[in-house]
Design a protein around this ligand. Sequence first.
Ligand SMILES: [Zn+2]
Ligand SMILES: [Zn+2]
Length: 852
Amino acid sequence: MTFAATGSRSVLFVKRKILLRDTCRLFSTNDIVLADQGKPPSKKRWSKSHKKLPWTDGLSWEERLADVVTPLWRLSYDEQLELKQNHQERILSQLSEHLSRDSQSSTPVRGKLSFPVLPILPSPVRDGYRNKSTFSVNRGVDGNPKTVGFYVGTGKEGNIVCINGDHLLNMPEKHKLVARCYQDFVRLSSLEPCLLFHTGGHWREVTVRTNKEGRTMAIVYFHPQMLTPEEVAVHKADLVDYFTRGPGSVCQLDSLLFQESSMTRCTHEDSPYQLLHGQPHIYEEVLGFKFRISADAFFQVNQAAAEVLYGTVRDLCVPKSEESGGGTKVGGTLLDVCCGTGAIGITVSPRVDRIIGIELIEQAVQDAKHNAALNNILNCEFIPGKAEVVLPGLMSRLSSTGGGLTAVVNPARAGLHYRVVRALRNQPSIHRLVYVSCKPDGEAMRNFRELCCAPNLQKKLTGEAFSPTLAVPVDMFPHTPHCELVLLFESFGVLFYKETRLESARALLLQKPSFRAKMTETETRNHRAGKQQNGDAAAETSTVEDVFDDTYAEKEGPKPPRTLVWRNIILMSLLHIGALYGLIAIPSASALTLTWTAVCYLISALGVTAGAHRLWSHRSYKASFPLRVFLALANSMAFQNDIYEWARDHRVHHKYSETDADPHNATRGFFFAHIGWLLVRKHPDVIEKGQKLEMVDLKADKVVMFQRRHYKLSVIILCFLVPTLVPWYFWGESLVVAYFIPGLLRYTVVLNATWLVNSAAHIWGNRPYDKNINPRENPLVAFSAIGEGFHNYHHTFPFDYATSEFGCKLNLTTAFIDLMCFLGLAKDCKKVSKEMIIARIQRTGDGSNKSG
Ligand SMILES: [Zn+2]
Ligand SMILES: [Zn+2]
């Protein structure tokens, strides 16, 4: 972004300050005074002219109001997102600092993040997105006390001015219309408005709620003062008449409610909402589920963004193992703490066996139960009460039930009670916790630290510590500084890593993990931070350094000379001549031999794609011991360097894509990216960066290290002897044909198919996900490399086990992994949510996507 004039720079400066202000509740309560910055300029301010606030500069009232309600309105949406992203990253790097200080493992580095932060997910609707607005009644700019709109100024200072909000960017037309009609009505009424509550008068705010379909509910608040019920009834009748038969009928209200409130803020219990006209509720839909909106029910203020938020939360709570329209069942129990009206639990319910929600507000629990019933959901249970009271008892009950236990918390800004944190943390079956916060730098920060600190007997925090592994900001409130932050915490005392613990602990001590600070071009994954146990550096670490690093710069000056490696040139030439001979010999091979060749092709390709690539380079899913043994054998059959070396080269390829440090830098042309890179000495940067890579996870994997130790022997047996001897021994194929077709030809074709991913898929094809990077979508490569040709997607989301948005389409490797999951041999497949993909397509795609 560029700011030409100093004037706009000062606006930005002010916005940044406002950003830190706490205005989460704007609009959400009836009596909050919107602005305290609306004071007339004091002498002091005038004297510091260079720091002049914009509204002291002869701004219109409308601009002043917009500066308060939608402080970012002068910025483009991209600039707004950048501002929010930076703010969230600042908070999260503070968190990283706190956590490394708390664990005393390493000296905290200022501004460094120990876990990835995804780019903020934008709101699908930017203007007029609010589904609930509350308009006040007060003195307007012209002095008319019957003005409906929003305040600027404070009651204390006596400088309140009420301005209609018609120009506010976040306000939908329907809300403006109802506010205008209400103003007309109040001006026609013989009763006075209730301006400052203690000064008498009757007409108070109006709240307008709408849903996606445009159904509208209006709630009028009225102070009865000394009026008798009969007198109030007359005015109620006037109101109904105005909105149903009079000029207000243009609003086409579906629901008109009335509350006689003699207190600043009344609940339904204090003074019931009276239905004057239409339906008592309207309904909103999120992710295909219906929610009842009653007069005071909580609901996210931006329906479209709520879908993004709940979709993100759902995918982080219960990652889908398969793409199938949101219905894939994963199982286990989801604990929804501070569940409100049940939106998170209900949207996650199809994926788990059971939902347990806890909520303090009785009315919200009733709504949650109603919403579950409305959607025919039977596996949700909602418990009223304080989470700190309910949870400890519930935990002892839950520990005996089977299946996984995941927790999601979405507390108010006061954060979670420490007893709630304690109960969650001390429950050994919770390994995954999703924290949703609209103010992560406040009390939530204390919660984060309690979740992640080393076990502390004094604080009764005995359970294993959590680590933050992924943060996703979601923009719910365009034009304002606010956004929601979804933080994933994980603890890793999990079965899968048990065997690797000791070795990785040793490796950790030898090699301090250096985590990538900022994730830029590549959407990133659940990096696992080094973990603390009883204050010692211990347990497992599997950082996957496959994320693009835009901080690396190629060295200046002449490139190092190209040194040919003659041994490789000769071997590769001989191999291709042999393969050519195999090609010519095909007519003389038996059908069985050709089938065998295809089988060998598939097995060796899987050893590369499902094994070295998706499992070991990217850690995109978890494989059981037998599956890893199979993949390691298959990998030896493919003979493309051992798994450890392959994964190291591949992580360097992702991290330093298309630079000198990329082993097959595609900017050096097709031939180099395809095979040339194997025929010359590596660029010194490839070696240097490769050595610095985090490979602890592979060093700790016994299967990988065993294959590396016995690589040569395994290649001779699996790549050459087995493919040759099987056809000869079992169906009497000639040794020559068996050696040249299932042996050399098959080996050469697999090699070339793999290389096409580095060459063709970096040069030819569309870039629907990120037009700023070279890797492309290439269906031909996808076909030959059994699923690895969706390369623009793969470099954008390297942690997705399917390496594609489209599941098993042209993607045998994904089908294979799915089958392994079905057989119980693999699990925890990482998948990018549809919402995240669409957001990314909109942000950086080249416009050629077909995902719809
Ligand atoms: Zn690539
Ligand atoms: Zn990759």
